[in-house]
Design a protein. Structure first.
Length: 301
């Protein structure tokens, strides 16, 4: 497939799940089992398309690195067992490890809690020329912290700042932060892997049934499942408030892993194609210098 055709296909697929204006967004409009125009029997073609997408990504990433101007921040959020780890692993598989940094954000440490909530994430932002991946992120501050108010209490915020507008305030701060990043050359894209409650149960069951998957199971995950509706409400609200043109959300159907992965790859290709990535241009003086070095090297034969 030509490069142009591949980019067009990526655009078409990514666009379907992109939310850049969240005002009217409703989670129930996205079916976790959706596979767009691709049928289960086309899965082998989809896997091939993913491989082509990964090659295209590797090429774009080389330019990103060489040009050393832009950077990319990819944020992944999801319920447990939605396939964050697998999506990250597959989509980034062809990329030079030196150009990519992955950070996982778990429950905050006491040092983290001694700071504002963006602090620990700011320290992990990608350097210029790199792709940074956040496996969970500051969005947890409007998810798990909202669903379990005891986490908010642990943050020791001054009492008068904990108002009923706190979530709206956080959304505003996050929107501003992402705008700030964009204005500094960071391309921000966010992914919510949308798995159904039924499929999560299937995946938990196979983690319990298959010994090689036992390590992935945690009883805490089963406990969080009990708060499913609260999480869905929190996700819908955050997507409504933090989807912007510069930092859109992709709400990716996640009941079929093969499909999730091609949508994520498509969106990352789209993100990298949204700016003019090119190898640094060699000017006349530099070309002259290279010519002289070539001559000098040949004389050492
Ligand atoms: P996996 O289970 O696949 O290894 P994970 O991302 O689920 O990956 P866990 O070790 O389960 O990793 O830890 C993540 C937990 O940390 C989640 O339950 C998440 O809600 C919690 N967490 C993340 N950020 C915060 C936060 N700011 N405050 C409180 N809890 C948080
Ligand atoms: Mg977990």
């Amino acid at each position: 497939m030509s490069k142009k055709a591949l980019h067009e296909r990526a655009h078409k697929l990514a666009e379907r799940y992109c939310v850049s204006n969240g005002k009217k967004f409703r989670l129930k409009d996205i079916d976790p089992d959706d596979t767009a125009w691709l049928k289960e029997e086309q899965k082998p073609d989809a896997v091939k398309a993913l491989a082509e997408g990964v090659d295209a990504l590797a090429e774009l990433q080389e330019k990103l690195y060489a040009q050393d101007r832009w950077s990319v921040l990819l944020i992944f959020q999801a319920m447990d067992a939605a396939g964050k780890d697998g999506a990250i692993k597959h989509v980034m598989s062809g990329i030079n490890p030196q150009g990519c940094q992955v950070f996982s954000f778990k429950a905050p440490t006491s040092e983290d809690l001694d700071h504002d909530y963006l602090w620990r994430c700011m320290k992990c932002l990608p350097e210029r020329g790199r792709i940074g991946i956040f496996n969970r992120s500051y969005y947890e501050e409007t998810l798990v912290v909202r669903v379990h108010p005891e986490y908010l209490a642990k943050q020791r915020l001054p009492e008068e700042l904990v108002t009923k507008h706190i979530w709206e305030d956080r959304f505003e701060d996050i929107r501003n932060f992402e705008k700030y990043l964009t204005r500094n050359g960071v391309i921000v894209r966010k992914f919510f892997l949308h798995v159904s409650k039924k499929e999560q149960l299937n995946r938990f069951m196979s983690r319990l049934d298959e010994p090689s998957k036992n390590w992935k199971f945690s009883s805490a995950d089963a406990h969080e499942r009990g708060f499913w509706d609260d999480y869905m409400a929190a996700y819908e609200d955050l997507i409504r408030h933090t989807s912007t043109d510069e930092a859109p959300w992709y709400v990716v159907p996640a009941d079929n892993k093969w499909f999730t992965r091609i949508v994520v790859a498509a969106a990352v290709i789209e993100a990298l194609s949204s700016v003019d990535l090119h190898y640094p241009k060699v000017d006349a003086a530099k070309r002259k210098e290279l010519e002289e070095v070539r001559k000098a090297l040949l004389e050492t034969k």
